[in-house]
Write a protein that binds this ligand. Structure first.
Ligand SMILES: CC(C)(COP(=O)(O)OP(=O)(O)OC[C@H]1O[C@@H](n2cnc3c(N)ncnc32)[C@H](O)[C@@H]1OP(=O)(O)O)[C@@H](O)C(=O)NCCC(=O)NCCS
Length: 170
């Protein structure tokens, strides 16, 4: 599966992406906005593990964001289960050197459409840290609505902050 977009190509992770992944992912500014299971510092071993996992098990839900021919970020959907099985969660990050060019705005739109077309779901959501204005903007531009502020729900780097719950539904 490949999504050819104006600013990037979205395709499954594959062997050979490790070096560029390590270089782009090893950034505290990215880590400050994602879950703690995202490693920091981001080592070559972390990159090898991720590419192995994503390329074998997540190839229809998680994509490398290819910019200038190299894997510069990631975007994907996580299936939910039980009573939440009609929902998926969207997540993404991009290497800092490419920020502010509309790359993830476009990718979120494409992956949202892909999710609703390919999977039996009615809802896609993201919860973001209160300070993440760029991510809020990306979601709003793609029709996601802020449904709730989850007060003091998150602790990141020792800081307790609110989470904002954004969603789009069919
Ligand atoms: C959030 C992130 C994915 C955005 O990617 P991007 O490709 O730079 O985003 P885009 O260029 O498509 O759009 C960013 C939008 O946010 C706006 N923006 C960026 N920084 C902002 C700030 N500090 N305050 C307000 N708006 C801001 C931009 O102006 C743009 O909006 P516009 O098109 O209306 O001008 C990227 O910054 C990133 O990887 N951050 C770290 C990881 C992360 O936050 N992941 C998401 C976790 S929920």
């Amino acid at each position: 599966m490949e999504l050819r977009l104006q600013h990037s190509l979205l395709r499954p992770w594959r062997r050979g992406d490790e070096r560029s992944l390590e270089r782009h992912a090893n950034n505290r500014k990215i880590w400050m906005n994602v879950r703690d299971h995202f490693p920091h510092p981001y080592t070559h071993t972390d990159a090898v593990r991720w590419v192995e996992h994503a390329s074998t098990r997540l190839s229809d839900t998680v994509f490398a964001i290819i910019v200038n021919g190299e894997a510069a970020g990631s975007i994907g959907l996580i299936a939910k289960d039980d009573v939440y099985r009609k929902s998926m969660e969207i997540g993404y990050w991009l290497g800092e050197e490419h920020w502010g060019r509309g790359i993830v705005s476009e990718a979120v739109g494409a992956v949202t459409r892909y999710g609703f077309e390919q999977f039996d779901i009615v809802r896609i959501y993201a919860d973001i840290f209160e300070w993440n204005t760029a991510s809020a903007r990306v979601l709003e531009k793609n029709g996601y609505r802020c449904e709730a502020r989850l007060q003091r729900a998150v602790v990141k780097d020792g800081i307790i902050t609110d989470a904002l719950l954004y969603a789009i539904t069919l």
